[in-house]
Design a protein around this ligand. Structure first.
Ligand SMILES: C[S@@+](CC[C@H](N)C(=O)[O-])C[C@H]1O[C@@H](n2cnc3c(N)ncnc32)[C@H](O)[C@@H]1O
Ligand SMILES: [Zn+2]
Length: 284
């Protein structure tokens, strides 16, 4: 069994999840919306809907039985994604988000991470927070969640879930984070506390423009649409931007190519720089 370190404790992924769920107050059944409790090796509601807690400490909390694993978001993509993310090209993004969170909150918070993927982006943020938190990371991809469970701890739990039916009580999240993932505005409004924050990160026009150029794709042009939708759906939307161009080695470029859903066999020219252009929307 894989053992992880947490302070001076060494627990298995399963034991971490068990501890987390025993102290949880906000997980609900995705089918009937009643509170979920730990019962032996399962999460269960009073209507006996049962969700197995695997040996790796993850549960599938999607209401319908057939989740189709995406062909694009496969193990290789998430593995390369984690390797690329660990190169810290996104450090300025983490710094900005950490500073927003540390300024806005000062006591214990519940954090919800929509489409958390394999978890490496958010762990870089969580590790620098000054406050206590309980973190709920979920993604539609079981493969991603299996990897994300490497970051299990007594205050972090990862599960398979759908942004369109979040298994979390109304008005129970102080903070919702969404890094490059889809969101459902009705669900965000339902689960976010009245004075909560929704931090949504989406690509700016120049995001990975060298990769797009090298693979023959046009520049990303959905940024205006994303912004208009957020402004239509939410009252108070503030925007910040991270724009920086880094030198990149051939090796890191190949990781980037393999971590991206816009993978292509055909590379026109390997670039020696890469641009990170990300919009951070702070919605309160
Ligand atoms: C570009 S990735 C971003 C992942 C992660 N936030 C990161 O930045 O590394 C988009 C993620 O959204 C997830 N996703 C897509 N549709 C979803 C849904 N309906 N519910 C939950 N996750 C979803 C995908 O599985 C994928 O992991
Ligand atoms: Zn139920």
């Amino acid at each position: 069994m894989i053992k992880l370190e947490c302070g001076d404790l060494m627990l298995s992924k399963f034991e971490y999840s068990k501890n987390f769920i025993e102290n949880d107050k906000i997980l609900i059944c995705p089918i009937c919306k009643k509170k979920l409790y730990l019962k032996e090796h399962s999460l269960m509601c009073e209507n006996a809907h049962n969700f197995n807690l695997s040996k790796k400490g993850i549960s599938n909390l999607v209401s319908h039985s057939h989740i189709k694993e995406s062909k694009i978001y496969n193990y290789d993509l998430f593995f390369n994604r984690r390797c690329f993310i660990q190169k810290m090209f996104y450090q300025k993004l983490y710094d900005k988000i950490v500073s927003i969170i540390n300024k806005h909150f000062y006591k214990n918070i519940n954090i919800l991470d929509l489409g958390c993927g394999e978890g490496a982006h958010t762990i870089n943020i969580l590790n620098n927070l000054k406050l206590n938190y309980k973190y709920y990371g979920f993604d539609y991809s079981k493969i991603a969640i299996q990897m994300a469970s490497d970051y299990n701890s007594n205050n972090r739990f990862y599960f398979v879930g759908d942004v369109n039916n979040i298994p979390i009580k109304d008005y129970s999240a102080h903070l919702i984070i969404d890094i490059l993932s889809p969101y459902n505005q009705l669900e965000v409004k339902r689960v976010l506390k009245k004075k909560g924050l929704f931090i949504k990160v989406s690509p700016g026009k120049n995001y990975l423009k060298e990769l797009r150029l090298a693979t023959g794709m046009s520049i990303y042009d959905k940024d205006t649409e994303v912004e208009l939708n957020l402004k239509k759906n939410f009252k108070k939307v503030r925007k910040e931007n991270i724009l920086i161009t880094y030198p990149i080695t051939n090796e890191d470029f190949m990781l980037l190519l393999k971590m991206s859903p816009m993978q292509s066999e055909k590379i026109l020219n390997k670039p020696n720089t890469i641009t990170i252009d990300l919009n951070i929307y702070i919605i309160s």
